[in-house]
Design a protein around this ligand. Structure first.
Ligand code: MV4
Length: 600
């Protein structure tokens, strides 16, 4: 077994991996960007290295900086978590070259599954059912038209070959929509993956997203741990996941489990992986393989009892799988809600900011995986997930009741989160009937009931005594050390105490954000100005000055971190000022438009 592992990630998954290492008796090395100096994963690890200087947003992606931290720390293995470098074949290969173990599959498996056309070709050859369509890239719209006429027929899904997770995915219901769909998918493929190649699939009208967890060792053993249903998504971001899938019985489970283990074996897989697929009327089709541990792995852990992260580390160290397929038994039902800093009533707009009061639910069958606490900052630079709330109970109905109870216990102050969204969805008849709830998630009227009340006045925020013991962080040549100073508080530390239970060290650095947040929320006085919730570049302006808009109507699209964020009108009225244009750079809090209420 390894004695030291470097975790090339941040947030809840870094904490999750550190916990697994601690249980295995492995020392941990964290890496961090300047934005994450005080993050929990950094405090929690045995050692930590700054990945700076440089743009904080990209720090975790820069291979050279990670390699440098590996060398300095003497780590024998690297866990990539999910996102960032997890599915980067070049990174895995760079580690292989240096005899540092990549905790995940061989780089060849990452590469094979990274190209979605190559993956489809490989899977078809291995006898795995794929969504009917092309395995070769389609060169242009004319070729697409011919192929569709000859084989697939409308409706079609046009997908980027470099894509995955819904990026570069367009639907053409009829021939009229083909050209726009083809070009849209190609453009997005180019932008995100530097690859404009697209392929075609038959578009399935109302499938369920069902994925199978697989686990493989380096001795040729592959098992599956059953499936998860992740059909509740918004803009291809999963919001709720559950295991087992309500639409999958024992017979189908065995069938899709076999498909999944055969898919993994076909690329000589090792470690934890997921076969994503679509289930439509009893038919199952391979979509893509995620060659990493996923956000939603926890629901599978709850129903199987296997610690997927620990098992992944063990097999990376060369140990055989700890159990065989016949030892996998599913018990009860687990549900995960992703608690994002987003406002569901405003088209799921990102709502970054700093967390005030913070209290996690507890009690039987409740698990929280999070990388934040009171005073933590949810940065617009990173994923807006605050925490994952996972519950287990003996069946789906009781797990739902338990989740509703846990959601109501969860207190996250100072931020708008998806807590009310989850409470509302889980209380519907659609959820109870195990429907995909697509009609609700796309329904502006239904989402509007989830609007947040206007923010309370700053005076209402409770105050707390500052402790006399202070923890500080110092960096010596980029290596992080924690020091404790005991004595009278420094001037300025008390300002932080008034902000909630913020540690003085963090509070002293904190810029005065409250007024900025109040403006962004449109609360307080007047509120005609629509403030940008994030920093980015204006990609599209959907309104003109002088036009009247309905609350919730699209105002503009802002690109930040390569993500397109739709910004919608916070109220109905007339656009009396529009200080933006395509290409404008905007900072968080900047006015995007001024909307004055229509007279009368
Ligand atoms: C599809 C599809 C229908 N037909 N492919 C791809 C990425 C994943 N996030 C969802 N994806 C879909 N691929 C074909 N050929 C429909 C979806 C889809 C979806 C599927 C199941 C449950 C919810 C969904 C929400 C949006 C899109």
């Amino acid at each position: 077994m390894f004695s030291k592992v470097l975790i090339a990630n941040r947030g809840e998954i870094a904490v999750r991996i550190i916990r697994a290492c601690e249980e295995l008796g492995i020392a941990t090395v964290a890496v961090y960007s300047e934005l994450d100096r005080d993050a929990i994963h950094v405090r929690r690890a045995d050692e930590a290295y700054l990945l700076g200087p440089g743009p904080a947003a990209e720090s975790y992606l820069v291979i050279d900086k990670i390699l440098d931290a590996i060398e300095r720390s003497g780590a024998e293995a690297v866990h990539p978590g999910y996102g960032f470098l997890a599915e980067n074949a070049a990174f895995a290969a760079a580690l292989e070259q240096r005899d540092v173990v990549f905790i995940g599959p061989p780089s060849s498996a990452i590469e094979a599954m990274g190209s979605k056309t190559k993956a489809r070709e490989l899977m078809a050859a291995a006898g795995v059912p794929i969504v009917p369509g092309t395995t070769e890239p389609v060169a242009n719209v004319d070729d697409a038209r011919k192929l569709i006429a000859d084989t697939i027929g409308f409706p079609v899904a046009v997908k980027a070959a470099g894509g995955g997770g819904g990026k570069g995915f367009r639907v053409a219901l009829t021939e009229d929509e083909l050209e726009a769909g083809f070009e849209g998918a190609s453009r997005e493929g180019e932008k995100f993956f530097s690859d404009p190649t697209v392929y075609l699939e038959r578009y399935l009208p109302d499938p369920r997203h069902v994925e199978v967890q697989v686990m493989a060792d380096k001795h040729g053993n592959v098992i599956h741990l059953g499936e998860r249903d992740c059909s509740i998504q918004r803009r291809h971001q999963k919001l709720i996941e559950e295991a087992p899938a309500p639409a999958v019985g024992e017979e189908l489970r065995a069938r899709i489990g076999k498909i999944a283990t055969e898919a993994a074996a076909a690329v000589n897989y090792a470690g934890a992986g997921t076969i994503e697929g679509l289930l439509q009327g009893g038919e199952y089709f391979f979509l893509e393989m995620n060659t990493r541990v996923q956000v939603e792995h926890c629901v599978t852990e709850m129903v199987t009892g296997m610690d997927i992260v620990k098992e992944g580390i063990r097999v990376a160290a060369g140990e055989p799988l700890s159990i065989a397929q016949e030892d996998v038994h599913l018990r009860g039902h687990a549900i995960e809600c992703r608690i994002n800093a987003e406002d569901a009533s405003k088209n799921f707009a990102p709502a970054p900011g700093s967390i005030g009061a913070y209290h996690e639910p507890a009690g039987p069958g409740v698990r929280i995986d999070s990388g934040v606490g009171p005073g933590s900052e949810i940065s617009p630079m990173y994923d807006p997930m605050v925490a994952k709330l996972i519950v287990w109970d003996v069946d789906r109905e009781q797990a739902t009741a338990r989740m509703l109870r846990a959601l109501s216990e969860f207190e996250i102050g100072g931020l708008k989160t998806l807590l009310p969204f989850h409470q509302a969805i889980l209380a519907t008849d659609q959820w109870m009937a195990a429907e995909t709830c697509r009609d609700l998630i796309e329904n502006k009227k239904w989402l509007k009931q989830l609007a947040f009340p206007k923010p309370e006045s700053p005076e209402a925020v409770e105050t707390e005594e500052a402790p006399v013991e202070h923890a500080y962080t110092v960096e010596v040549s980029g290596k992080r050390f924690d020091v404790k100073v005991i004595g009278p508080p420094f001037a300025g530390a008390s300002a932080g105490a008034a902000n909630g239970s913020v540690p003085p060290a963090a509070a002293a650095r904190k810029p005065p954000r409250r007024s900025e947040r109040a403006a962004a929320a449109g609360g307080g006085g007047g509120g005609d100005a629509l403030a940008s919730p994030l920093q980015g570049t204006v990609l599209k302006v959907a309104v003109e000055a002088g036009a009247t808009v309905e609350e919730g109507a699209l105002v503009c699209v802002i690109e930040a971190m390569k993500m397109e964020n739709e910004i919608t009108a916070h109220k109905s009225g007339t656009i009396s000022d529009l200080p933006i244009a395509v290409g404008s750079s905007v900072a968080s809090g900047d006015t995007l438009a001024v909307i004055t209420a229509a007279a009368g």
